[in-house]
Design a protein around this ligand. Structure first.
Ligand code: MG
Ligand code: ZN
Length: 192
C-alpha cells in the first residue's frame, strides 16, 4: 500500500486503530534502564503536537509497552499504572489522552504471551475495544520487536527512530514505512 492510500483509507474508514509503542515513541527511552517514576518520563519533542494531529482520526489510540522492570522487581505493577495515569492526565489537559495503556510486566525469560513481539497485548486491546480490526490498524514503534508484533497481526507497521540504531536496515526492511519520529508520521494527517 502506498502512503497516500494509507492516509486516505484511515481518513475515510471509521475503524482504524493506532497502536503506539511507548519508550522511544512517546517518551525518551532510557538506554540500559527503565522509567520507574513519573518524573523520569520525558515526553519526546513534538509528541503532543503529533497526538493533536492524530487524535480523532482513529477509532482508538492505544499504547502497547513492554515493561519488564516489574518482572525484575524494580517497580510494582501499580506503579506503572500510576505513571500511565499521570501521563494521560497531562495529555488530557490538551484533549489528546490515549484510550488505554496496555503493558507486559513480565521478564523476557518468562515466556509470556504478551511481551512483544508476541501478540497478547493486541488481543487484550481487542477484548476491551471489540471493533479493533488488526487489518485496519497501524503499529508504530522504535524496535524490531514492535514491527514484528504488528507484522504478525497483519497491521501496517511504521518504524520511527534515529538513524544510528544498530539493526536499522533490518527494521526498515521489515517495516512498511519509516520516519524519524512520531511527529513526522503524524504530519501526513495535517490539515486533513
Ligand atoms: Mg520502544
Ligand atoms: Zn507479558
Amino acid at each position: 500500500m502506498k502512503l497516500t492510500d494509507l492516509v486516505n483509507d484511515v481518513l475515510s474508514a471509521p475503524q482504524w486503530t493506532l497502536f503506539l509503542d511507548r519508550d522511544g515513541v512517546i517518551n525518551e527511552r532510557i538506554v540500559g534502564g527503565y522509567v520507574l517514576h513519573y518524573d523520569e518520563l520525558k515526553i519526546l519533542p513534538f509528541v503532543k503536537e503529533a497526538l493533536h494531529l492524530l487524535k480523532g482520526k482513529f477509532y482508538k489510540i492505544v499504547v502497547v509497552s513492554n515493561q519488564q522492570s516489574v518482572g525484575k522487581g524494580l517497580c510494582q505493577y501499580d506503579e506503572v499504572v500510576q505513571i500511565h495515569n499521570q501521563l494521560n492526565k497531562e495529555l488530557q489537559k490538551e484533549n489528546i489522552a490515549v484510550d488505554h495503556f496496555f503493558f507486559c510486566p513480565h521478564k523476557a525469560e518468562d515466556g509470556c504471551e504478551c511481551r512483544k513481539p508476541k501478540t497478547g497485548m493486541a488481543f487484550e486491546a481487542q477484548k476491551m475495544f471489540p471493533e479493533i480490526d488488526f487489518k485496519h490498524s497501524i503499529m508504530v514503534g522504535d524496535m524490531i520487536t514492535d514491527i514484528q508484533f504488528g507484522h504478525s497481526l497483519g497491521m501496517t507497521t511504521i518504524y520511527v527512530g534515529e538513524k544510528e540504531v544498530l539493526n536499522r536496515d533490518q527494521i526498515v526492511e521489515l517495516a512498511d514505512f519509516s520516519f524519524e519520529n512520531l511527529y513526522e508520521f503524524a504530519q501526513l494527517f495535517k490539515s486533513k
